[in-house]
Design a protein around this ligand. Structure first.
Ligand code: SF4
Length: 89
């Protein structure tokens, strides 16, 4: 993939749904300017830049932990609850 992807699909790179953010991050993996882009986007509040999400950057700026953030854990709990609800329905 390349830098063209984020120009062609800008909405994907500013999506907030976890699945779409993950897809954008995957596209960045093959981009020839990923390192530079990550540096450019280091202080950006929104979007995927150089394979990092806004959440990744906040986590890094907050002192960087490799474990899930509270927000990550809440997202996981919401998904689990939704899956249980769908199984019951
Ligand atoms: S690394 Fe940057 S320039 Fe490359 S696809 Fe990702 S967001 Fe676009």
């Amino acid at each position: 993939m390349s830098a063209i992807d984020c120009n062609v699909y800008p909405d994907l790179f500013f999506a907030t749904k976890p699945g779409l953010v993950a897809r954008a991050k995957k596209l960045c993996a093959g981009c020839p300017i990923q390192t530079e882009c990550q540096e450019w986007g280091r202080t950006e509040e929104y979007g995927v830049w150089g394979g990092t999400s806004a959440r990744d950057r906040r986590r890094t700026q907050a002192g960087g932990t490799n474990g899930p953030t509270l927000s990550d854990r809440l997202d996981a709990q919401i998904l689990t609850a939704r899956n249980r609800k769908q199984r019951v329905a």
